[in-house]
Design a protein around this ligand. Sequence first.
Ligand code: SF4
Ligand code: MG
Length: 335
Amino acid sequence: MEKILEVKDLHVTFKTYGGEVQAVRGVNFDLEKGETLAIVGESGCGKSVTSNSIMRLIPTPPGRIANGSIVYKGRDLTTVPEKEMRKIRGVDISMIFQDPMTALNPTLTIGDQLTEGLKQHKDVSGREAKEQALEMMNLVGIPSPEERLKQYPHQFSGGMRQRMVIAMALICDPDLLIADEPTTALDVTIQAQILELFGKIQERTGVSIILITHDLGVVAKIADRIAVMYAGKIIEVGTKREIFYEPQHPYTKGLLNSVPRLDIEEDDLIPIDGTPPDLFSPPQGCPFTARCPFAMEVCDKVYPDSASRSTTHEVDCWLQDRRAQLVSPMEGTRK
Ligand code: SF4
Ligand code: MG
């Protein structure tokens, strides 16, 4: 398989009046062509900051990519000049946000907005642009596209607007699509349709997808692999099967137990007690220690090594490490 993205030891910080927030603290992952990776976690865990870093959309200052690399097809996006980055953003990597209204311009017709990227980045005639726009609208399931092209965003329903945003993101044929909570603003039926649409698009175009979400239901539908983030770190990563059926990290298990499922009564759902740590001065050990029912003495002092359970399944937890009971906190293996 062809690897298209490799994120290594990514650290992102934000300066605030209260001090520096360490929003992303050493994140590693990669992505293959045609694959969907979901990054899952509670709000504030660093998942959006991670995806915005890939697009280099972190406002600097106050934000800063403090360390690490983001290699996209052999080039480190943390160092390419802004002018080139703009081109990469328009053509190679595109992004879909939660609220379709903010992505659409209310004063321009749908047709103009849809073809804008094409005209800007690809050398196409007006007629070709229109043809491609119609093709995209068909792909994302907009009925009567000829008429719809001349309309304005307010004439579209919420679901149709999100379809348009997806069409806009895809019209330059990107290799990578980053979708940050793409269905959160939509009602449940429309959500399901949009998720189905992602699958169909991937089949047709081979685009790789990074899906950012707090919703494990969304993940279950379309992800190939899942990375679980907590307090700025990926604490477990695996195939969908591994994460749903053999979760290892107590936080992952907690997340799964707090999600409604068909086979579990509503009353049996167990929310995870407590709150994530303050990222102004994150703990040096496992950040889940204060909430973890299995915490050992070492957990609080030393961050665990990543343990590989399979070639695809990795987990950062001392429960995976036989040395946990033996290691004295003072002579830990890391940081
Ligand atoms: Fe719990 Fe320790 Fe594992 Fe962290 S490292 S999740 S505190 S057992
Ligand atoms: Mg977010």
